[in-house]
Design a protein around this ligand. Structure first.
Ligand code: G1P
Length: 292
């Protein structure tokens, strides 16, 4: 019997320097994919997997994220006056319930492992999900929801993985796996940002995790690793000594929205998939590409 996963952590403290000047006064997580902020899409994915408490690890200049997940009384009153019922219903359905959000700050940019550790008091002694909002997944079924059957079956820790071209493995955490159990595999090794030519496979850790709370104690004592930062992967490697880690290959595609091309590609992919504008976007792209 595994404990249901009810809490999700979203590390959103990053500066977004690759998107300056857009991110000078606005958090990068509020950049939009068509008309939904990147962070909203990550929350949508978590909600679709049964998460009911959303924990944001923020930093300076991220207050807008907290406002985004709050009610906007003036706006709602104006929409009501104008009879904009569709927009009102949209705002309502996007909003987590009262008391379902928590915010804490990572006071110094010491790395992903440190950001996750900052959520320890809010998570408490229970397994939790971790979603890196920059890594936006386009899929029919929520990526986190696709990980739940493997968690229910095997317990322990579960990571979503996705194939990347071999020449890109040095940009990610990479896992080595053994055997095959449908789409879920035991993880045998892990390495954060392997030097080119040394990766155990081309399966990257794609930014969706189900983790046991024992990770927090390991993060507390974790020394700096790749990039001189406290790396989550390094603490997971230590946790592998006593707990199972399962890799899940999910149906869908990840777009790295921390990168300009990834972000623009995500916008195009999500726009093309939309019922309301997909056909028009396809025409617009054809026209633009034809004129290139
Ligand atoms: C982090 C993780 C890495 C993972 C990646 C996905 O790296 O440390 O294991 O593959 O996210 O984006 P970062 O992108 O923060 O350098």
């Amino acid at each position: 019997m595994t404990n249901a996963i009810k809490k999700a952590v979203f590390p959103v403290a990053g500066l977004g320097t690759r998107f300056l000047p857009a991110t000078k006064a606005m958090p990068k997580e509020m950049l939009t994919i068509v008309d939904r902020p990147v962070i909203q899409l990550a929350v949508d994915e978590a909600r679709a997997a049964g998460i009911d408490h959303f924990i944001f690890v923020t930093g300076r200049n991220k207050g807008v994220i907290e406002d985004h997940f709050d009610k906007q009384f003036e706006l709602e009153a104006t929409l009501r006056e104008r009879g904009k019922t569709v927009e009102l219903a949209l705002l309502d359905s996007d909003l987590p319930g009262a008391g379902q959000t928590s915010f804490t700050r990572q006071q110094q940019p010491l790395g992903l492992g440190h950001a996750v550790w900052c959520a320890r008091e809010l998570v408490g002694d229970e397994p939790f999900a971790l979603l890196l909002p920059d890594m936006l997944v386009h899929s029919r079924v929520s990526c986190l929801a696709q990980m739940m059957p493997a968690y229910r079956q095997h317990g322990g820790n579960v990571l979503a993985v996705e194939e990347v071209p071999h020449e890109q493995t040095h940009r990610y955490g990479i896992v080595g796996i053994s055997g095959s159990e449908d789409n879920a595999f035991p993880i045998t090794e892990m390495v954060e940002k392997p030097t080119p030519g040394t990766a155990p496979s081309n399966l990257m850790i794609s930014g969706r995790y189900i983790l046991q709370p024992e990770i927090f104690d390991l993060l507390r004592s974790q020394e700096r690793g790749s990039g001189n930062e406290i790396q989550l992967t390094d603490a997971m490697i230590r946790l592998m000594e006593s707990q199972r880690f399962t890799a899940v290959r999910f149906e869908g595609k990840t777009y790295d929205c921390g990168d300009k091309i990834g972000f623009l590609s995500a916008n195009i992919a999500f726009a093309l998939a939309r019922d309301d504008i997909g056909a028009q976007v396809r025409e617009a792209i054809k026209e633009l590409a034809g004129n290139g």
